[in-house]
Design a binder for this molecule. Sequence first.
Ligand SMILES: Nc1ncnc2c1ncn2[C@@H]1O[C@H](COP(=O)(O)OP(=O)(O)OP(=O)(O)O)[C@@H](O)[C@H]1O
Length: 309
Amino acid sequence: MIEAQQLTKRYGTTLAVDDLTFTVAAGQVTGFLGPNGSGKSTTMRMIVGLDAPTSGRITVAGRGYGKLRFPLHEVGALLDAHAVHPGRSARNHLVWLADTNVIPRRRVDVVLAMVGLTEVAHRRAGTFSLGMGQRIGIAAALLGDPQVLIFDEPINGLDPEGILWVRRLLRSLADEGRTVLVSSHLMAEMALTADHLIVIGRGRLLASGSVAEFIERTSGHHVRVATPQAPGLAALLREKGATVTANGAEELSVKGMECRDVGILAAGAGLTLYELSAQRASLEDAYMELTHEHADFRAPADSPLRSTR
Ligand SMILES: Nc1ncnc2c1ncn2[C@@H]1O[C@H](COP(=O)(O)OP(=O)(O)OP(=O)(O)O)[C@@H](O)[C@H]1O
């Protein structure tokens, strides 16, 4: 389990992480989401002691990273895919890591096989593609067989087959009861990978919950009804406790009531409906809505590349 309590990190005048409190539970994949520059990498670096909090604390199994006796056996991290010396082979890099952390060398071959690099283990890391670099980083994270794993943007540079492989790996690690925290700025990817989401923007916690809860809380869903008798139907719906907004003369947006009940109510009152449909926000819409105000970099509203959705 990873726990952050009022975690804050300042770099000069930049408040990179701002009073974050969250828990990452064991046995599930937790997606750590936020726009560029929102503080994900800084938070992850603080988990493994590469940065010190300005205030607050972040612990693994109740202890700060500096208090862990055999850190690589307790926390595995992929933070920077370029962290391997370009002149070193994948195997030598892992052997060096194993030797300095009292890990048996046979474990190197196990993790090389796990990440599919056995065949190229003797090639110099400098000749590796970004995707292969990611795989070495993942192998290094798995080396000490730790219960807690953190991956910063692990699918960066991977092809579709590689992305699928990472997704399955994260799932299997969580199914073994490990704590898995994975950062991304892609909501669509996290929706396929994660069970739980922690969303941050400009260093602050914006949401924490399951994927379903996330949609419900941010955008929820509503029923769209088109009828020539909109005022009459709106009054009936409000009497039954629904929240109704008129969109033009013949269209209503209804919250707090499902399609079925709206249809039964309209039929009972002899009202004509042209349309009755459930409108569910996509996860991507909910994420954009939540983080829009908290993004450091965004295209101007009149940018031709900006989505018009
Ligand atoms: N070593 C540093 N010195 C100064 N500012 C930093 C440092 N590291 C990060 N920052 C700043 O802190 C903020 C958070 O950065 P961070 O890299 O943690 O965000 P992120 O969510 O991981 O972004 P991305 O998705 O782009 O990797 C940014 O404004 C960044 O410029």
